[in-house]
Design a protein around this ligand. Structure first.
Ligand SMILES: CC(=O)SCCNC(=O)CCNC(=O)[C@H](O)C(C)(C)COP(=O)(O)OP(=O)(O)OC[C@H]1O[C@@H](n2cnc3c(N)ncnc32)[C@H](O)[C@@H]1OP(=O)(O)O
Ligand SMILES: CC(C)C(=O)C(=O)O
Length: 522
């Protein structure tokens, strides 16, 4: 990893989780009290520093959730949101008052657009209301956060003025929200740098950032702010939140953990809890986590490409910058599919108890690629079936070249089969039999000039999914001996034909048992 020219600091960045407040503002993501308590407990286990539990003036339900979480949680600060209105602030404190470690978060928008069209207040009125709100909250609680909403679109001189006034009024954290996700990293970094350089009392408060993801930049903007001196990041599990969501907790935390060489900053997060809490929140809110979502998506540590799998098998760090175990996955997933190569196939075969190399590896690999063109994912059962099929092939055998079946519910089938043996190619067409498989068996008997009696015939699935392979097992009798056959294909009719042909090849090779004797496993 490249080394950093950034100064390092031992002070962890404060992780302020707002899944239960801003995350819940996502349409359709409302949570009931018991769900909120479950998420709050999981956030404590994750090690977040601050839990924004809700906006108590919103409803009785939100009030109760903030109140219960404040009482339940000792190991993190519990925060309630309030507008710069007396009734909001008082209600927030009413909910928080019985907690051991609490914060009131007051906010008021400062941008020209919000001042003019939403609040209908001029700059002086904004400053007056912000100061009054912070002072009222500070008279109730020692830990006060103030947010100039829509800060990223606020004139920088006015933003500096409001932030300075809020700190003088008693704010212990000043949060700089990019409410509409308008900022870009270099721009946002400059905003924070200007606050650091121009607000005289800035060292009396922690600078926080709250970024929305409308341009997909919430994590990048939060990291840029940390570089400029921000000490708290507001974020949510799975990036839940208004519109395109908030800064994703798992991403920003793992960015700082993984690139500690550059940022010289870390957090108190127990990162092995990231996947479990992501699944919990997804289950409760119904917001599915996309497979390719960074850190917690199902594919975040999955590799299908042969070149990558080969690299991973030689040295994990060739294609992974984090360890799956560090975020709560059990292991890297080398998915076998059409892009995989021999290295991954041989490795999986080894894990399944087979030794594959040389010509056998080449042969199974060829079968595997054919199967992978038909199936999205190849499971362990498929691999085992392919290897076993190759292992049970008899020297000098008949091979199935092709077959064609015409079957009707109320008529006799018509089947044409073509078989190869070395240079020899033979075809037969049959227009009789009890269904297509029986006709196929008869066609194979005609070509091979072998006549057998089917004693047992079964078809089962080797793996899962509707594109799973069918495995067919057959037992036939010929001249007082029993012969087994086995065939595998995504097409169950073909699996049956292959099993029958495998048994016929065993008849030709004399691999049978007397009737009554135990028959060898296939
Ligand atoms: C950027 C953010 O995420 S901010 C948080 C957003 N979250 C929410 O709004 C969810 C919870 N909200 C609610 O349940 C309701 O909006 C309530 C209970 C807060 C208020 O409901 P209502 O009283 O019916 O007001 P409504 O929502 O229609 O309008 C908001 C009012 O608050 C005012 N307001 C908005 N922000 C602030 C603020 N920070 N400080 C003071 N007043 C504010 C608006 O100007 C408007 O006032 P008006 O009615 O005098 O024009
Ligand atoms: C209340 C504030 C911090 C907010 O949610 C926003 O500006 O997006």
């Amino acid at each position: 990893m490249p080394s950093s020219d950034k100064p390092s600091s031992d002070q962890p960045v404060v992780i302020f989780d707002t899944t239960l407040r801003d995350g819940e503002q996502s349409p359709g993501c409302s949570m009931n009290l018991s769900e909120k308590l479950e998420v709050a407990q999981a956030l404590v286990d994750l090690g977040v520093d601050v839990i924004e539990a809700g906006f108590p003036i919103t409803s009785v339900g939100d009030f109760e959730a903030v109140s219960e979480i404040a009482k339940m949680v000792d190991d993190a600060t519990v925060c309630g949101l309030a507008r710069c209105r007396e009734q909001d602030i008082d209600r927030a404190w009413e909910a928080l008052q019985h907690g051991s470690n609490t914060r009131i978060h007051v906010f008021l928008a400062t941008s020209a657009i919000h001042r003019e069209f939403k609040l209908r207040m001029d700059k002086d009125e904004i400053v007056r209301r912000a100061v009054a709100g912070v002072e009222r909250a500070r008279n109730l609680c020692d830990n006060i956060e103030f947010s100039p909403e829509d800060a990223a679109r606020t004139e920088i001189d006015f933003l500096c003025r409001v932030v300075e006034a809020a700190i003088s009024a008693g704010a212990t954290t000043v949060n700089i929200p990019d409410t509409v996700g308008y900022a870009t990293p270099a721009h946002f970094q400059r905003v924070i740098e200007m606050l650091v350089n121009r607000v005289p009392n800035i060292d009396q408060a922690v600078i926080s950032v709250h970024c929305h993801n409308d341009l997909g930049l919430a994590v990048a903007n939060s990291l840029a702010a940390v570089e400029a001196g921000a000490g708290q990041i507001e974020c949510t599990i799975n990036g839940l939140g208004e519109r395109a969501g908030n800064c994703s907790l798992e991403e920003v935390v793992m960015a700082m953990r993984t690139r500690n060489d550059y940022y010289g900053k870390d957090t108190n997060i127990n990162t092995q809890r990231l996947v479990p809490i992501s699944r919990l929140v997804s289950g409760i809110t119904g917001m599915t986590v996309q497979r390719n979502k960074a850190i917690v998506g199902r594919n975040a540590f999955a590799h299908e490409a042969g070149i990558h799998q080969d690299g991973m098998l030689k040295e994990r760090s060739t294609y992974e910058i984090m360890r799956p175990e560090d975020v709560g996955f059990t292991k890297t997933d080398l998915v076998l599919g059409k892009h995989s190569g021999r290295a991954a196939l041989a490795d999986r075969a080894k894990a399944l108890g087979f030794h594959l190399d040389g010509e056998l590896l080449d042969a199974v690999f060829a079968d595997f690629k054919k199967l992978a063109d038909k199936k999205k994912e190849i499971y362990d059962g498929d691999i085992a079936a392919l290897i076993e099929q190759r292992n049970t092939q008899v020297a000098d055998q008949w091979q199935l070249e092709s077959y064609e079946v015409q079957a009707h519910s109320d008529g006799t089938p018509k089947v044409t089969v073509t078989l190869n043996r070395g240079e020899q190619t033979e075809s037969a067409t049959i227009t009789e039999g009890d269904g297509p498989l029986d006709a196929l068996f008869r066609a194979i008997e005609t070509i091979t000039d072998r006549s057998v009696v089917v004693r047992d015939f079964r078809v089962q699935s080797t793996s899962k999914g509707k594109d799973a392979q069918g495995e067919s097992l057959i037992e036939v009798e010929h001249n007082g001996k029993l012969y087994r056959g086995r065939g595998v294909s995504t097409d169950t009719v073909e699996a049956g034909a292959r099993a029958f042909l495998n048994a016929i090849n065993r008849v030709e090779a004399g691999f049978g048992q007397q009737v009554g004797e135990p028959v060898d496993a296939v």
